[in-house]
Design a protein around this ligand. Structure first.
Ligand code: HEC
Length: 112
C-alpha cells in the first residue's frame, strides 16, 4: 500500500505538476506552520548549514511532488540521510503534502 502511493505520486504527480500548475493536495497555510523547523536549515541565506562546505538544498519554488517524494524516501530510508530521516520520520503524508504546498508556493524567493 505504501509503495503504491509512492508510485502514484511519482508517475501522476509529475504529470500534474506541469509548470505553473500547482498540485491541489496540500494546504500551504498548514504547511507554513509545519515548515517552521525546516526553515531553520532550508531557508538560510546561501543555503549553507553550520559549515560553509555543507550545502542545504533550496526548497522554495520546488515542485510539490518532488518535495513529497523526497520526504517519503527520507522517511523510509530509501534516500539515506540521518538529518532528513529525523525530520521526515514523524511526518504524515498529509503533513508532507502541506509542507510541499507551502514551499512550492514560495516561487522566486531566495529566503524562506
Ligand atoms: C538540521 C538541518 C535540516 C532540517 C531541520 C531540515 N532539513 Fe531538509 N535537508 C537538510 C540537508 C543537509 C539536506 C540534503 C540531504 C541529502 O544530501 O540528501 C536536506 C534535504 C531535503 C530535501 C531534498 C531536497 C532536494 O532537492 O534533494 C527535502 C525535500 C527536505 N530536505 C525537506 C525538509 C523539510 C520539509 C524539513 C522540515 C520538516 C526539513 N527538510 C528539515 C537539512 C535539514
Amino acid at each position: 500500500m505504501y509503495k503504491r502511493s509512492v508510485c502514484s505520486i511519482v508517475f501522476c504527480g509529475f504529470l500534474l505538476a506541469a509548470p505553473g500548475v500547482a498540485l491541489a493536495v496540500g494546504n500551504p497555510v498548514a504547511g507554513k506552520a509545519l515548515a517552521f523547523t525546516c526553515s531553520g536549515c532550508h531557508a538560510v541565506r546561501g543555503y549553507r548549514y553550520l559549515y560553509p562546505s555543507n550545502r542545504v538544498p533550496k526548497l522554495g519554488g520546488q515542485h510539490a511532488a518532488y518535495i513529497v517524494n523526497a520526504l517519503k524516501e527520507y522517511k523510509s530510508g530509501a534516500r539515506p540521510n540521518p538529518t532528513m530521516h529525523a525530520n521526515a520520520a514523524t511526518l504524515t503524508t498529509q503533513q508532507m503534502e502541506d509542507i510541499a504546498a507551502f514551499f512550492s508556493s514560495q516561487k522566486g524567493q531566495s529566503g524562506n
